[in-house]
Design a protein around this ligand. Structure first.
Ligand code: NAI
Ligand code: 15L
Length: 268
């Protein structure tokens, strides 16, 4: 990828996935521009640190200038009050797409989420035509982000991958993750595929590994040639041994979004 990307921007680079991608994408672009509102520590070799609040439109315009690709992880990543979600995930996504439009429309990998469809039951198998069933205001905000991406594609030709990430952790940690796990290596290979593809369009992808027990079908995106390699089933015996199995009527075992379906509306 370093042959084609001079500078990749990672927003939310101080977060859980940001820290992981900071390591794994090192050397894959000339420069990694890392941004967050939280502390990112000192810049390493091939890194630039650019602190920025995604809710600040002028700052986001400066942040995006000179980037060939964007991995947009920044924002609120769990259920919170509407005010918090509005600033980071609604205004933040709008600011990012406006900044991309002003600066040559670099491809965007948008970290969407399985919580856009979280009220579908775990007995269902979903493809890209599945209706939204958000399980939280957080999930609603990711639907907003996907809609902004689609608008900017149809109106201006801005290309995006809308990656509905399941659960991206070093290894699957519970029964639900036997379906939702997305290994860090598979996420990296997806990002590389997206930035290399001759044509991307505005494509939704389920961000999940090649899990035997998965719920999601990515065959509409076969044209990209991405093949996840890891499989949560390799950890199934360990999970069965170490993690109590939830009852079938518990939200974590009933709905694809798991415990997010149990969240209240947070007032502050
Ligand atoms: P995280 O919460 O660890 O990281 C998010 C980062 O965004 C934080 O460092 C935070 O400081 C930053 N941020 C929040 N508000 C901001 C603002 N106004 N301006 C600039 N930066 C701001 O989340 P994580 O787990 O690393 O997830 C990254 C992205 O992937 C998030 O957008 C999340 O919604 C999405 N995602 C993650 C999944 C996972 O399995 N970790 C699953 C599905 C989606
Ligand atoms: C998400 O969207 C969250 O950002 C992450 O913290 C996990 O809860 C993940 O979904 C999940 O559903 O496991």
């Amino acid at each position: 990828m370093s042959d084609m990307m001079n500078r990749i921007l990672i927003t939310g680079a101080a977060g859980q996935l940001g820290g992981m991608l900071r390591e794994k994408l090192k050397g894959r672009a000339g420069v990694l521009r890392l941004s967050d509102v939280a502390d990112l520590g000192p810049a390493g070799e091939g890194e630039e640190i650019v602190p920025c609040d995604l809710a600040d439109g002028a700052a986001v315009k400066r942040l995006v200038e000179g980037c060939d690709g964007i991995v947009h992880l920044g924002g609120i990543s769990v259920e919170k009050s509407f005010d918090l979600i509005e600033a980071a995930n609604l205004r933040g996504v709008y600011n990012l797409y406006e900044a991309a439009r002003a600066h040559g429309m670099p491809r965007i990998v948008f970290a969407s989420s399985n919580h856009t469809i979280g009220y579908h039951e775990q007995t269902e198998r979903l493809d890209h035509t599945a209706p939204y069933r958000p399980d939280s205001l957080y999930g609603v905000s990711k639907i907003f982000g996907e809609a902004v991406a689609q608008l900017y594609y149809d109106k201006f030709g801005q290309e995006s991958a809308l990656v509905r990430i399941g659960s991206c952790t070093a290894r699957p940690e519970n029964w639900r993750m036997l379906a939702t796990w997305f290994s860090p290596d598979d996420f990296v290979s997806l990002i590389e595929t997206v930035f290399r593809a001759p044509r991307l369009g505005c494509t939704m992808l389920w961000g999940a590994s090649n899990n035997d027990h998965g719920w999601w079908d990515n065959s509409h995106a076969d044209f990209l040639g991405w093949k996840p390699k890891d499989n949560a089933a390799d950890f199934a015996a360990e999970i069965a041994r170490t993690v109590p199995r939830p009852g079938p009527d518990e939200p974590v075992a009933k709905y694809q979004g798991g415990v997010f379906t149990d969240e209240p509306i947070h007032e502050s």
